[in-house]
Write a protein that binds this ligand. Structure first.
Ligand code: FAD
Length: 346
């Protein structure tokens, strides 16, 4: 049976799997590997260790729909709205600047629910804690190795992780990337920032008039959100949660520091901004080394082909831009590129 491997269970990888399912027959096996313990990538939803019902979105916060993409990706937006995965943002966000005609959607069940929806609809075999380290060409197939476990053979491989993580892969892939491609891949850059998730006991009152706020006069904190209020899920049974994003200059300055130390600095700044916050029962600190794309691959092609027989492609927001529609664009370009070769694999 022919096998397709998608590396990365973020939005690009999951949407690729979903779109490929429409192209492939049951004679093709779709496999998704991710190094993390769950789905989402930078659209991750983190659960409170002592109360899984209490969750917080540490990465993407809203899906912003611009007038152009409202038309172009209408089917994708409509499907998610119809299924209740996306809802209009109705809560107050202070300091938000919206371009003419754009609007925001939120995810009542957490932003990873988008990725989980696409993965479940794709029927792919999804495996977590598979950290790909090497890709070699053996007898016309890709032999893909992970940090643990035996290497496996695939007919097609699609890489959807941030570009610097693609460039870290070892094996034949290093020789297959031509000099021009390598130079262009090396121009792709990302901002870095920290995110803090604060989880509270059910029934805790958070007395703040807004659901989220952009902070402009603090050296460390750029954005605070009462996450459940922003997602429009306020319930007396589920504890509230707060997410704090640092500014990019702060993220870059503290990138190589211990997370525990950075957490203390962020908490101190948060106390200066909101001195009356109750004490959380759990805290999670996330370092986003590759947060949002600051410079995309030249001309934003959506994907590039590293090798065509057999196919080895890479995509993700590094090849478009960092948001829902950027990932959708990339997934569409990947599937379009693979479509003709899939006819031969059937
Ligand atoms: P990723 O989500 O990064 O997925 C790549 C996956 O590959 C990851 O799951 C990773 O674990 C896995 N991986 C990496 N290396 C390996 C390996 N060697 N082996 C196996 N697996 C590997 N977008 C919006 O639309 N709205 C927002 O409000 C918004 N806010 C954001 C705020 C923050 C703080 C951040 C970080 C991002 C935000 N974004 C937002 C951007 C959005 O989250 C990203 O554009 C999108 O999630 C990228 O998806 P992706 O699938 O291309 O990459």
């Amino acid at each position: 049976m022919s096998r397709i491997l998608i590396v990365g269970a973020g939005l690009t990888g999951s949407l690729c799997a979903y779109l490929l399912r429409k192209e492939v027959t049951s004679k093709l096996q779709l496999v998704v590997w991710d190094k993390a313990r769950g789905a989402g990538g930078r659209m991750s939803t983190s659960r409170c260790p002592s109360d899984p019902k209490c969750s917080v979105d540490l990465g993407a916060q809203y899906i912003t729909v611009t007038p152009d993409y409202a038309q172009k990706h209408k089917l994708f937006h409509n499907e998610l709205v119809t299924k209740g995965i996306l809802k209009p943002l109705s809560a107050v966000v202070e300091g938000m600047v919206m371009k003419d005609g754009s609007y925001n959607l939120v995810t009542p069940h957490g932003v990873s629910s988008i990725v989980k929806h696409y993965l479940s609809q794709s029927g792919a075999d999804v495996y977590y804690e598979r950290h790909v380290t090497q890709i070699n060409l053996r007898d016309g197939k890709w032999e893909v190795s992970c940090k643990s476990g035996s290497p496996e053979a695939f007919d097609v491989v699609v890489l959807t992780m941030p570009v610097p993580q693609i460039l870290q892969l070892e094996g034949d892939i290093g020789k297959l990337i031509n000099e021009n491609q390598r130079q262009q891949l090396e121009t792709v850059s990302y901002s870095s920032r920290y995110a803090l998730g604060l989880f509270y006991e059910a029934g805790t009152q958070i007395d703040i008039p807004w659901a989220a706020k952009y902070i402009t006069d603090n050296p460390c904190i750029r954005f605070i959100s009462i996450d459940n209020k922003k997602r429009n899920v306020e319930s007396s049974d589920i504890g509230p949660s707060i997410v704090v994003h640092t500014s990019v200059p702060f993220g870059i300055e503290h990138l190589e520091q211990e997370k525990e130390d950075v957490q203390q600095v962020i908490l101190k700044q948060l106390d200066a901004i909101l001195p009356n916050l109750p004490k959380p029962k759990d805290i999670k600190c996330q370092k986003w080394r590759y947060s949002q794309v600051t410079e995309a691959f030249p001309d934003c092609p959506g994907q590039i082909t590293l090798h065509s027989k057999p196919f080895l492609l890479c995509g993700g927001d590094g090849f478009t831009h960092s948001n829902f529609d950027g990932c959708t664009e990339s997934a569409l370009r990947i599937v379009e590129t693979l479509a003709s070769s899939l006819q031969n694999l059937r």
